[in-house]
Ligand binder design. Structure first.
Ligand SMILES: *Cc1c(COP(=O)(O)O)cnc(C)c1O
Length: 434
């Protein structure tokens, strides 16, 4: 299968090139040329299949032409070593808990899958030169990518994060690992980290010397596997007899996760409609309302993994619906919430349902509360474990929450990081000298 760029000015690419390069030459995002429909029988019997079996079928539809079946099966099974249960919160509203992976983030699946797929291609090429993955993070992406790539031969990961701007728990998750993971503490803000990474990708000299790639959700190998979650959610709801008029609500920032869900629908997954829940960064919400897409600088909120002012994957959504606002709004609604509303939602949901939401999941839950109809079944993604946002959650619900063992274990490790100014020349010299 070949991949085209959403900007339509770059040549078609193989899966291998799309994964190794990340972004197309014309700065567009890669899209698969075809999206395979899955047969009726698959959906008729899906409730009897395990998460891994379902995911393998979906992965085969995406990547089966380009990756040998045995290897693909191994990659999928290795990626999905944990469960993502559905929990009834109240009435017809269910939480799809996507935070049971190694770093308690839904990004674990895409990161691990990408690491394994990249490793597969490097082995096949018999390549001796190391691939360098650069990732700028404000928290969650860095930990998922670092843990997903930990110990994978032939790949070195550089995580750039802003000094003093990520939570202690998040910092521990990527600074204590060692091995092929280097954490770089940048004296600046998140945008400075991102600028260093972008400059590195554009620097010709550096790219001639080193193989560089990115591991954020622009990469097809990172965002597409997130579709597994939605097939599994449908299967588990079907087993409960609650899959008719099925509505999926995704708390969204860079829109990678919901785009994967929309790919699922295009493959035949019976979803009646989607809802994208935003925090105060309401750019897509406004697009849905008016048809005008006006990116702006991001606003800092308590649901900070969704603080995105110009979501990259929106280009994929436009492409998927032939740039038609009418077709998009027929399939996808939106919602937007202020920090005060998010706090209120966490408090009320805890008091009424005894269910602890994190600030991101709270946007999803509230959007279903506001928009779900009586004859529909709604599933929202709980995208992070509430303990990752301990202070915010505790002050909203006025109750202490416990930190899961897995998270606490990271906090025992020793911090190792390289301090760096936000100057590109320094970063470049550091990479070259390694
Ligand atoms: C990354 C993230 C999101 C947003 O996901 P996108 O795919 O960027 O839309 C939401 N919640 C949490 C906790 C995240 O880490």
């Amino acid at each position: 299968m070949l991949y085209y760029s959403t900007n339509k000015k770059a040549p078609l690419a193989t899966l291998e090139k799309a994964v190794v390069k990340g972004l197309a030459e014309d700065r567009g995002l890669y899209m698969p040329e075809r999206i395979r429909q899955l047969p009726h029988e698959f959906f008729d019997n899906i409730d009897k299949l395990s998460f891994q079996e379902i995911a393998y079928t979906v992965a085969y539809a995406f990547f089966g032409e380009d990756v040998e079946a045995d290897s693909l099966r191994k990659i999928v099974y290795d990626t999905l070593s944990f469960d993502c249960p559905i929990v009834n919160v109240t009435g017809n509203i269910y939480s799809l808990e996507l935070f049971h992976g190694p770093t308690l983030a839904f990004k674990d699946v895409g990161a691990r899958f990408m690491a394994r797929l990249l490793q597969y291609f490097l082995k096949k090429e018999n390549s001796s030169s190391e691939v360098n993955v650069l990732v700028a993070t404000s928290g969650d992406t860095g930990s998922a990518v670092a843990n997903g790539f930990l110990g994978v031969d032939g790949i070195h990961v550089y995580v750039l994060y802003p000094k003093g701007k990520v939570s202690k728990i998040q910092e521990c998750q990527f600074t204590t690992l060692g091995q092929n993971i280097t954490a770089i503490e940048v004296d600046g803000v998140f945008d400075d980290c991102q600028a260093l990474v972008k400059n590195a990708f554009m620097d010709e000299e550096l790219n001639n010397k080193l193989k560089l790639t990115s591991a954020n959700s622009i990469n097809v190998a990172r965002f597409l596997p997130q579709a597994f979650y939605y097939f599994n959610a449908y299967a588990r709801m079907k087993a409960l007899g609650k899959a008719d008029n099925f509505v999926i609500c995704v708390p969204s920032g860079n829109f990678g996760n919901i785009t994967a869900a929309l790919f699922g629908a295009r493959m035949g997954l019976p979803v009646k409609r989607f809802i994208a829940a935003n925090n105060a960064n309401d750019i897509v919400f406004n697009y849905l309302k008016t048809g005008n897409y006006n990116p702006k600088a991001s606003i800092q909120t308590i649901a900070n993994a969704m603080d995105v002012g110009d979501p990259s994957n929106f280009a994929r959504i436009l492409d998927l619906y032939g740039n038609s606002h009418e077709r998009i709004v027929a399939h996808m609604g939106g919602a937007t919430y202020t920090d005060d509303e998010i706090r209120q939602t966490m408090k009320k949901c805890y008091e009424e349902n005894n269910y602890v939401l994190d600030p991101h999941g709270a946007c999803g839950y509230q959007a279903l509360k506001d928009l779900l109809k009586e004859n529909e079944w709604g599933v929202f993604c709980e995208t992070a474990h509430p303990a990752k946002f301990k202070d915010t959650v505790e002050s909203a619900i006025n109750t202490e929450i416990t930190i899961p063992d897995r998270l606490a274990a990271f906090m025992q490790g020793k911090k190792q990081s390289v301090s760096m100014a936000k100057d590109f020349a320094d970063f470049k010299a550091f990479l070259v000298d390694k």
